[in-house]
Every structure is written in structure tokens, then in C-alpha cells.
Design a protein around this ligand. Structure first.
Ligand code: SF4
Ligand code: SF4
Length: 343
């Protein structure tokens, strides 16, 4: 068994579902990334446009000076429950499927640490490594495509033929030179345009990128300010993230995964969630991706979802909350929701 085959087997035994190897030659996705930044489509995520971010994305040696190989790794998660069709609003909110388990940054960092240890044990020379889980400045979809793990779909996500886009990407940069895998050649999207048509805010661009300024995933998670009024109805019952362009994808529909016990509810009660104190929010969500929205963002999203619920019995709750609300972003969302419910 070659060292590469042993590393692959070790990664799979740690829980990664697909593994690919690439060298560090420049990636074709870099120009597209620069164009995306130049158009301001990263919204308020200024860190994506920093000099360090651009340099590291252009050259993996900025992250690990001795880097010779990028190992791309996929981990899968179960698709959202098919409880009801999108657009039917009730008394519950909805959380994106990826966020229902313990924070993937924590889980994958532990896995990558074990993989790095394994590689150092297997190799007969000294090896330097650098682990990337989502937040590192690296063109992870481009590396995964180049490593043969799938193609970049029209919804901008990496699609693996078996696991679709219900996956987390991570990378381990290593100082060993290993034979690269062939890139994934086919474009599995073909003539399909389902994700473009299904996006509630027309955030998907023709060049397979997303305009974050319009994307509900960005607007309900990373965005620290108000959600623009024009997109509030489209939020529907989404209180954290959006799965729409993944849920309609025929590649994703073929993915079969046994349901798993989740760390948090997928459809939390809107009123109970809105009544959580800051401390209770921390207790419940601290070690899940929902923490990323912070207490303010979570309450802003809940207020908008309550406004979209059509349930007039929520009016006293909102009126009472507005009297005591000191955060202007949340107060603005509550006022909007009151306006929706009194109509
Ligand atoms: S996550 Fe939602 S809003 Fe964003 S591009 Fe996909 S469907 Fe559109
Ligand atoms: S919905 Fe269709 S076009 Fe969009 S990513 Fe999936 S296969 Fe590609």
C-alpha cells in the first residue's frame, strides 16, 4: 500500500467520506474570486477581501510555507427533514440542516488533528501540516474540484456525485509531495436550472457564484445589521440559514442518509425561542453553528419569522418585547413584524 493510499484509508476511518489530493499550482477559481470581491458581492464580510485573504487564496504557501500537497476532505451531514414544503408558515422556525449538530469547526478540527498525527506517524520524514476548517482563507471548492471530489454546481456549492452538497469541506496542507488525483471533469448540472429558479431572493449569479447581499444564508447568519426590508418576506420561517438551493437539487435528492439524532431541534418553537434570555441562548446554542448569529441576529431572525407567521396571537408578545428592547436591530425587526401582523 502506498503512503497516499494509507493516508486515504486513515482519513476514511476517521469519518471523512471522500478524500482527494492536489498540488499547489494556481487555481482557475482565483480570478473568479477576485471578480466577486471587486463587485462587492461578499457584502459586509470584509475579511474576505483583505490582502491576507487574497494572498493566501492565491498561494497555499502563505498558510504553510513548506506546503507541497493539499488534501481535500469531505464530511457529510443528513439533509433537512422533509416535514413540509417551503413557504408554508406556522408557529415554528426552521434551522438549516448543517447547523443541527455540534459545531463542525470543533468536530472537523479534532478529526484533522488526528489525521495530521497519523500522517506524521506513517511518513518516515518530518512533516509539517496546516489544518483548514471553513474559516481559513483558501479556495476550498476549487481545491476539491481539482482533487476530483466533484464539480461546482450552479448554486456555487461543490457537488459530490454520491453525497451531493450535504457536506462540509476541510483541508489539510502538508509538506510532503504526493501524486495529485485527476480533477473532476464532468459538469453534472447539465441543463438543469432548478436552484436558480428556486432561490427566493435571486441571489444565484450566472457565473455560479452567490451575491451574499441577497442570500438568506448570509443575511440570517453573518449579517450583523438589519435584514433589508425587500428580503424579509422571503425569510419566511428561516431563523438560521437557508437550504432552498440545495433541497431542490436533483443530485441532493438522490442522497440517502440515515436520520441522525440532532443536537438541537430543526423546527424550534418561535415563541419559546424568542423568549430565551441571552444566557439561555448561550446554553442551548454555544457549541452549535447557530452561535454564529449571536443573540441579536437570532432574535432579529425570530422577529421576522414571527412577522411572517400570520399568527395574530403573537402580537402581545411582540408589543411587550418592543417596550423592553434596547438593541436597534432587533427593535427594527419587531416593529416590522408588528406591521405585518396587524394587517
Ligand atoms: S441559500 Fe437560499 S437565498 Fe442563498 S442562494 Fe441558496 S436559495 Fe438563494
Ligand atoms: S439544482 Fe441543478 S443546476 Fe442547481 S446545482 Fe443542482 S444540478 Fe446544478
Amino acid at each position: 500500500m502506498t503512503l497516499k493510499a494509507k493516508i486515504k484509508a486513515g482519513a476514511e476511518s476517521l469519518g471523512f467520506v471522500a478524500v482527494g489530493f492536489t498540488n499547489i499550482k494556481p487555481l482557475p477559481g482565483m480570478q473568479q474570486y477576485k471578480d466577486w470581491i471587486e463587485k462587492g458581492q461578499q457584502a459586509e464580510m470584509a475579511y474576505l477581501a483583505s490582502q491576507r485573504s487574497l494572498e493566501a487564496r492565491a498561494d497555499a504557501k502563505q498558510l504553510l510555507p513548506s506546503c507541497q500537497t493539499v488534501i481535500s476532505l469531505l464530511s457529510s451531514y443528513p439533509p433537512p427533514a422533509d416535514r413540509r414544503s417551503a413557504g408554508i408558515i406556522g408557529v415554528e422556525g426552521r434551522i438549516a440542516a448543517y447547523a443541527l449538530q455540534r459545531d463542525y469547526h470543533e468536530v472537523l478540527s479534532e478529526r484533522l488533528e488526528k489525521l495530521a498525527y497519523l500522517i506524521k506517524t506513517l511518513a518516515e520524514v518530518e512533516v509539517q501540516t496546516y489544518a483548514c476548517v471553513d474559516s481559513a482563507p483558501i479556495l476550498e471548492k476549487s481545491y476539491a474540484h481539482k482533487a476530483g471530489l466533484g464539480w461546482i454546481g450552479r448554486n456555487s456549492l461543490l457537488l459530490h456525485p454520491d453525497f451531493g452538497s450535504w457536506t462540509f469541506l476541510s483541508e489539510l496542507l502538508i509538506s510532503l509531495e504526493l501524486e495529485p488525483d485527476p480533477p473532476f471533469e464532468a459538469d453534472g448540472c447539465g441543463e438543469c436550472q432548478l436552484c436558480l429558479r428556486a432561490c427566493p431572493t435571486q441571489a444565484i449569479l450566472p457565473d455560479r457564484t452567490i451575491d451574499a447581499r441577497r442570500c438568506l444564508s448570509y443575511l440570517t447568519i453573518e449579517n450583523r445589521g438589519a435584514i433589508p426590508v425587500e428580503f424579509r418576506k422571503a425569510v419566511g420561517d428561516r431563523i438560521f440559514g437557508c437550504d432552498q438551493c440545495q433541497s431542490v437539487c436533483p443530485v441532493n435528492k438522490k442522497v440517502h442518509q440515515e436520520p441522525q439524532q440532532t443536537a438541537i431541534e430543526e423546527f424550534p418553537d418561535l415563541v419559546e425561542s424568542f423568549r430565551l434570555t441571552a444566557e439561555e441562548f448561550k446554553q442551548k446554542y454555544r457549541h452549535t453553528p447557530v452561535w454564529r448569529a449571536k443573540y441579536t441576529g437570532f432574535r432579529r431572525n425570530l422577529a421576522i419569522a414571527i412577522g411572517n407567521s400570520g399568527q395574530k396571537e403573537f402580537l402581545p408578545l411582540l408589543e411587550g418585547a418592543l417596550l423592553n428592547e434596547s438593541d436597534p436591530v432587533v427593535a427594527d425587526a419587531i416593529e416590522w413584524a408588528l406591521g405585518e401582523l396587524v394587517q
